[in-house]
Design a protein around this ligand. Sequence first.
Ligand code: B12
Ligand code: SF4
Ligand code: SF4
Length: 410
Amino acid sequence: MSAGYKAMTQLSVHPFDHEISQTELKQRLVSFAHEIGFDSCRVTACGFAPHAHEFRNWLGQGGHGEMSYMERGEEKRCDPQKVLPGARSIVVLAMNYFQGGHQGGGTPAATGRIARYAWGDDYHDLIQSKLDNIDEFLREFGGQQKCYVDTGPVLERDHAAEAGTGWHGKSTMLINERLGTWFFLAEVLTTLELPPDEPVPDRCGTCERCIKACPTGAITAPHRLDASRCISYLTIELKGSVPLALRPLIGDRIFGCDDCLAVCPWNRFAQVSRETAFLARPQTAGVPLRDYLSLSDEEFRLLFRNSPIKRIKRRGFLRNVCVALGNVGDSSDLAALERATADLEPLIAEHAKWAIQQIRFRHGISPSIGKKTGLIQNAPQSIESETVPRRIQNCYERDFVCKSQTSDSF
Ligand code: B12
Ligand code: SF4
Ligand code: SF4
C-alpha cells in the first residue's frame, strides 16, 4: 500500500465527494500534504507571475549565463495559464532539508564542500513521488493537475511568495520565518478553485549579510543575481571551462554554494528536517579531494547513485575538484593532479594543469623539483586513494543488507 493511499484512507477522503466546500477540501489537502512529508502547503490563485518583468530583464541582461532552458520557456514561465490552460489555483509546497551540524572533515588532507541540498538523495525524485500523491488526491475531486519541482517552466519563488510560503530575500532566496532558507519548493497547478492564502511581509529589513558574504559578488543588488558569477552555477550548471578569473573565488566548493544561505539570520530558527533521505552520505564525508581524481566513470556513478551530484557527471565533478585543489591543495596533492593531466577528458586535464600551477605558486615549488626528484611522476597513489572504492564497496554492502531486511519484513 503506498504512503499516499494509506494517508488518504486515514483522512477518509471519498472519491468524487463534490459536496464538501472549497475550504474543507483545502483543509484536507493541507493535512494530507503534511502527512506525506511536506512542511508547508499553501495556495495562491493561478495568475501571471508578479515579477515576470524582472525575469525578462534578467534574461535580457544575460543574468542566466548559459542556462538556455530559462529562455526556452520564457512565455510559459511568466504565465502559468500557458502551462495548464484553465488552471485556477497553484498549490505551493515546501520541504525542509536542513540536516543540522556541519559537513564532516576528519582528514588532514584538503576536503571539498558540497551544498547542503546535495548531501543526501536527489530531491527531485523524492518530491516528485509525493507530488504524484497530491495529484492523485486532487483527481479524486475532479481536478486536473501539473506538478513541478524545479522541473518545469514555473517561476517557483514568485508563486511561493504570493502564497505566503515566504518572502523574497535580498539573496533571491525565498525565506520562511520558521524554516529559514533551507527548503525546496514544489508546485501543483490545478483546475480546482481553492481559497488562496495571504502573502507575508518582507522581513529582511536593513540586513545585507548575504550580499556581503557572496564570495564572487554575484548578488549585484538586492533581489538581483548574476547567475554567471554564482558558484552554484559555475559548479553545477556550467558545462565547460570555469572562467580563470573566477576559479580562485570558488575556494573549496565542489558542488553548489551555501554562503548566502548560511549567513541569513532567519536560519537561526531552522529545525532539523524529518526527512532522513537528505542526511549526508557517509561514503562522501571527509573524502580527501585528491581521492576523487582516481574515480573511474563507473565508480563515480556508484558513489553518487541517487545523488544530485550524478547530474554533472564525472567530467563536471572532477573539473570542480581540480579547481578546489588549485585553491586549497598542497604539495601532497601534486601527484594525483599530475596523473589527472593525462585524463582522457580534456576539461579535467586542463583544470588539473591549472591547479598544479596554483599550488606550485602558492607553496613556492619550482616546476623542476618534482621532475628532478621523481617526487611527482613516480609518487605512489596516496593511501587515501584506496578509500573511495572501498567506501563504494561498503555502501553497496550496506544497501544490500538494508534491502534484504526490507524485503524480509514484508
Ligand atoms: C535557475 C535557478 C538557479 C540559478 C539562478 C538562481 C537565481 N537566483 O535565479 C543558479 C544555478 C545560480 C541557482 C542557484 C541556487 N539555487 Co536554484 N533555481 C533555479 C530555478 C530553476 C529558476 C530560478 C529563476 O527563475 N530565476 C530567474 C530570476 C529572475 O529569479 P530570481 O533571481 O529567483 O528572482 C525572483 C525574486 O527575487 C523576484 N524578484 C526579482 N526582482 C525583484 C525585486 C523585488 C523588490 C522583489 C521583492 C522581488 C524580486 O522575482 C524573481 C522571480 O520569482 C529555480 C526553480 C524554479 N523553476 O523556479 C531553482 C531554485 C530557485 N533554486 C533553489 C536552490 C535551493 C538553489 C541554491 C540554494 C542551491 C545551492 N545551494 O547551490 C542556489 C541559491 C543561489 C541563489 N542565491 O539564488 C531553490 C530555492 C528554494 C528557496 N527557498 O528559495 C529553487 C526554487 C529550486 C526548488 N524547487 O527548490 N539556481
Ligand atoms: S550561492 Fe554562493 S556564489 Fe551564489 S549568490 Fe549565494 S553566496 Fe554568492
Ligand atoms: S541575509 Fe539578511 S538580507 Fe539576506 S536574505 Fe537573509 S535577512 Fe535578507
